[in-house]
Design a protein around this ligand. Sequence first.
Ligand SMILES: C[S@@+](CC[C@H](N)C(=O)[O-])C[C@H]1O[C@@H](n2cnc3c(N)ncnc32)[C@H](O)[C@@H]1O
Length: 681
Amino acid sequence: MDFYHRAGLILDALDNKKGSVKGLCMAEAKKGRKAGEGARFLKVVVEVLKYRPHIQHLLTATKLLAQEPTLFVPPSSTAAVASALKSGSAASANKALKTPRKHVKAAPSPLSLASVMVHDLLFAKRGLTLPKEHKVRKKLEKYQPALEKENEREKRRRKVATNEGLQIALPEKVASSLEGIGKGKKRAHDADRFAEEGAGSDGAPGEIRWMRVNTLRWTVEAAVEWLEKCGWEMFEDVQEMLAAAQSKPKVFALDAHIEPLLALPAAVSLPTISAYQDGRLLAQDKASCMPAWVLLMPALLDAEERAEAGLLYVDDEDEDEEKKAAGGDAKGKGKAKSKGIRVLDATAAPGNKTTMAAALVATEGINGRVVACERDQGRFKVLKDMLKRADAKNVQPMNVDFLSLKPDDAKLKNVTHLLVDPSCSGSGIPSRLDHLLPSAPEDEQLARIRALSNFQLAIVSHALRFSGAQRVVYSTCSIWEQEDEGVVMRVLAKKEFREAGWRLAPRDEVMPTWERRGRVEACGGDETIADSLVRCLPEDGTNGFFVACFVKDETAAPIAAPALPAAAAAADEGEEDAALEPLEDEDVTEDASAPAVSAQPVKKGGKAAKKAKSTASQAARKAKDEVLGLASAPAAAKESGDAEVKAPAKKGGEGGKKLSKKQMYLLKKEELKRKKEAAQE
Ligand SMILES: C[S@@+](CC[C@H](N)C(=O)[O-])C[C@H]1O[C@@H](n2cnc3c(N)ncnc32)[C@H](O)[C@@H]1O
């Protein structure tokens, strides 16, 4: 009965918008500490949600709840429910049924508990998982014939042949991403880990399973050799690999854009890959690998050049040794001039980008370190687990609110590179399960996006104020302009940052061969700005994602203030308002087909803007009480479609020219070199 109670609690929490489906399932599972429980909750809750409107119809039609008021209620609160039901008032009965019983420790509402149990009774292959003699089971089974009769009647009425026809229809991508969840113990455990690592959200479902070689434990060469030894066939190109995957299961390809990244067919069963089990391979979506890659690529190239010239980056602690090794002495004279790179990941959990940055700065010749901030205690633990799994010893995790750090703190003055990947709507993640939930009113959704955008602006602005900051990468797994180009434009419009020398890194430093760039109209019509930005969509074989890289050049003249597009200007009324920060603390989401919210921009000073502003503060207050969670894309936006979202792109998408890994690397190196030379001239 405990499992049913807890699944009922998850449904209640969803109704109260306390978080996302995945987030709440994982949070509930953590309380029990049983391996695979998260996946089990996820499977059951998703199934119940799919049938929920129908189950509610069955409960009403069979009068099960009204006739058995005590069946789904802990003993101490039965009297209240029974009297509400007997009072004959539909409103009070409804209220009593929907209210979780607060005075009884962690008891779900009768409606949610009944929904889970009726689901299992009618639709689960295993049936009710209660002992045969269990009182509730015996009572419920008495209603089985009536429930089944109504079920059949409903099928006839809706002209569907199977029970599945009674479910809420899900977009194909979402449905396929759910297949396999909770099947078998190992798989369930795997799904738990996915969710913990963010792979359930950050790993793109669909045709490709992206795996990053964890270069803290392995090398790409060793990974390729090992895979081939295990019978995997390597393909030069991701498209070729996908074509071959139709007939061969064990195929893989090297990614053309990001060096330590491999593409495998999505159908691959990760538990069968021991290198995944022991952390040599990590499941991470390609788009999610872009921020650390963009942040550190110039440093990696520089390190290579420095190494060739006999110069080394040195780490504080090993400074003397390194200097000696580089031919200098411990007193400061010598060849070695720079300290190892210091990266700060402002919003780190579950740690995908942190561990990737840690791996990149561990490259020989850099000896860098990463400080990883995570505000949420629960997610901080997940971060620490991931650091352990990835063997990221060069990371210092901090359970701290990034906004509380002082940008001029002497201890942080060496931080030159910052990753800012704040909480977002997650609208780029196709596996998000919001389709299963009733959508919030549009006003409320717009207010939330706006609150998010203000929070994101606050976080990225804070990063840009760090005294040593030279390069700051901002990313989201959202496809909504207000969270993406909108935030970038608002940063660029700030005099404070322009005068400090901040600007966008040009395209040749930001995934130059990746074709999908920022949306020009969302950049106030400025093509150069748009070209500096990276967008990803599921048709590129990744999650929906956005990357921008700010660089500081104090020697050049400040850039001119850009023209703010309407949506960004409207949002700018709220300025960097961290107080409006919603507590969405996951990478979860989906509906990649949802267009940018700014397709219907909130006009400055307009009625909608004022309404959104007042709802924003309400939402903020409400959000403070929330543990997790955001609403789905505005329903109207979902329906209207979006030209950019549907823009044709190469399927499975390499989004850019087909270059070999080496060519791509050399090309980037060349471009950077040319740029440097031009700057010197
Ligand atoms: C989108 S997730 C980050 C995902 C992560 N970069 C990765 O790749 O695995 C955002 C994270 O930021 C954390 N966060 C939000 N606001 C924060 C703040 N002010 N300080 C530190 N962490 C924060 C959230 O708890 C959440 O874990």
